[in-house]
Design a protein around this ligand. Structure first.
Ligand SMILES: COC[C@H](NCc1c(COP(=O)(O)O)cnc(C)c1O)C(=O)O
Length: 322
């Protein structure tokens, strides 16, 4: 088995969250990965398979996929070029440079940066690292579910899994992981913020759609089109994928509550998943009969993210003050 760059992260229990949802709540702490988010699982795996002995990698990213690509590139000893949209906060640019990457700020949203990354891959012979749309990414991300099954035991399967959705790579990886461990019947609650809701828009339209713009402050969920595989999963009758939205204010409140209660600071993209618990959504889904009552243990993927610090949190509170 080729060396992998991700850690087998802690699976913590949250008593405070359990009190809110009336069942055990497990937190898969992907914020503690070496690159700052779950991304290193899939991107590390893809780089190991495709980028060894290459001229280097290029990745377009809202920040966290770029952090993972820069980290993986450094570990395999090749250069990394990360293309970041201007919508990403300044602290992300600095963190990427600290990882030894060459950083290019191109375009307003991720899709603009991605066009430049594809161009650079062609002209400079670099390995293009997609941030969410590739089977090797989903294979790598699936390892987080195998770890949970190994810790809980196959008989202690979750009642539901909660994930954030940007371009859909995490969602596809989690679903692949559930299939790998025989938990295909476990419902997945797919969370987005209003204004970064490309998956919810596609599910509602019943077809692939592209958002006009990204207006949410959860910039790391800012893909304008969901990956096709995620949409296909949403249409698959053998799976239960529940697409839900929270506002930026609810995602920010979740970030603050998580910091207070669990003493961990995560970014808005992760707040979207946490808001499923803190906003009362889980109870609403049970009342609507879309989740069972009683509900088995809830597994929340704490996806992490590097584009947050106290200054950024203060800026968000001013920008989003209700
Ligand atoms: C535009 O951005 C896509 C990607 N972030 C995606 C992301 C997600 C959603 O993962 P996805 O659904 O894109 O695989 C969740 N949680 C965090 C902390 C993330 O950074 C990036 O960094 O380039």
């Amino acid at each position: 088995m080729m060396e992998h760059f991700h850690l087998n992260t802690p699976l913590l229990e949250s008593a405070d969250m359990a009190r809110r949802v009336g069942t055990t709540v497990y937190l898969k702490m992907e914020n503690s990965q070496p690159s700052g988010s779950f991304k290193i699982r899939g991107i590390g795996h893809l780089c190991q398979q495709l980028a060894r002995q290459s001229m280097g990698v290029v990745c377009a990213s809202g920040g966290n996929a770029g952090m993972a690509a820069a980290y993986a590139a450094r570990k395999i000893g090749v250069p990394a070029t990360i293309v970041v949209p201007s919508s990403s906060p300044e602290l992300v640019f600095q963190k990427l440079k600290d990882q030894g990457a060459t950083v290019k700020i191109i375009g307003k949203v991720w899709d603009d940066a991605d066009a430049e990354a594809l161009r650079l891959a062609g002209t400079e012979g670099l390995i293009y690292v997609p941030p969410f749309d590739h089977p090797l990414l989903w294979q790598g991300h699936a390892s987080m579910i195998s770890e949970v099954a190994a810790t809980l035991g196959p008989s202690r399967k979750p009642g539901a899994v909660v994930v954030s959705v940007g371009g859909g790579g995490l969602l596809c990886g989690v679903i692949q992981g559930l299939k790998d461990v025989g938990w295909m019947d476990v419902p997945v609650v797919a969370m987005e913020t209003v204004g970064a809701d490309c998956f919810n828009a596609a599910v509602k339209a019943g077809r692939m759609v592209t958002l006009d713009d990204i207006t949410s402050e959860a910039k790391c969920l800012g893909a304008k089109t969901i990956c096709k595989k995620a949409f296909e999963y949403s249409q698959c009758s053998e799976l239960t994928v529940i697409s839900e939205l929270v506002t930026d204010q609810q995602a920010l409140h979740a970030v603050e509550t998580f910091l207070d209660e669990e003493r961990v600071l995560v970014e808005m993209a992760c707040g979207a998943a946490l808001a499923a618990v803190y906003s009362g959504l889980i109870g609403r889904l049970q009342a609507e009969g879309r989740l069972p009552t009683p509900l088995g243990p809830l597994l929340v993927i704490v996806c992490g993210g590097s584009s947050i610090n106290m200054e950024q949190l203060t800026n968000l509170k001013h920008k989003l003050r209700t």
